[in-house]
Ligand binder design. Sequence first.
Ligand SMILES: [Zn+2]
Length: 342
Amino acid sequence: MAIQTVLGEIPAEKLGVTLAHEHILIDLRPIVAEPTERKEVFYQKLTMANRYLVYNDPYTLLDNALIDSEEIAIKEMKLFKAAGGVSVVDVTLDEIARDPLALQRISSASGVNLVMGCGHYTNASLPEAVHRASVNELAKGMIDDLTVGVRDTGVKAGVIGEIGTSAKITDTERKVLAAAGIAAAETGKAVQVHTALYEENGIEVIETLKRYGVSPQKIAIDHVDVKLREDYLYKLLDMGAYVEFDNFGKEFYISARSGAILNERFAYDLERAQLIAKLVKRGYLKQILITNDICLKSMLCEYGGNGYGHILKTVKDMLLDQGLSERDFKTLVENNVAEFLE
Ligand SMILES: [Zn+2]
């Protein structure tokens, strides 16, 4: 079956090395709270000179939550391509600045295939219209994006998500999740679900989507690798869904005492690779997705970050060193994403 990119359909075999969950342009500033102290620092623009400030806590600078330069995005995509990358799934939604025409321009200029998402993000980002909409209206919005195109752009989404769920899933988020279930069941498209970093809401998410007729093989539970919980992962895997290790490159440390949105240590890449190797040994290779979820300026090569090529440049070696074969790696970054999307 064909894969819908922002420039039209391509055969699944043409996807090549694909990042399953990224953001090419994004504005996460609406969900970043102003700190009570050090406000003058918070409003500084990110530069190479003050990059050290976001090394451990990415939201020390508000500007780090914004990626808005198409010119830089094109450079970053070209670097990804030079590292061997072919396609990227961009799951940015309207609430965090989805821009279908910009994605088309970036894809054309860089030669990287881009698959766009649809749906709605976490409660804190939602406009009143989404709170008021019915499940059927929300489902229709997603189905239109997938089959007709976003608004009047004619650019079609190729995946649903990342659908937002908070630590305590809100009523509106439940409505959006149900709508995503309806849209996925009707179109056969896959669903990416953002789950709160330190919670175990993936089980409820899978159960909900299944009630609407979505096959678990079309569901990815995102962000399971901030805090590594092996038993939780087995539950998700045994329900038949994909578990997405999408924080490669994020090795933050933020104290719980800070009261910040992120408030624990992030697992390190090597720990993620070690756990993946364990899951692969137990036979779960075909249910794992690996990607970087780039949503911070500091993660871009332009600002001294690993960029989108990180999985190919470094994570691959970590996984091979843990005992995965070249073929296993190819399954993770090519076959699994293609099977999930098609
Ligand atoms: Zn994301």
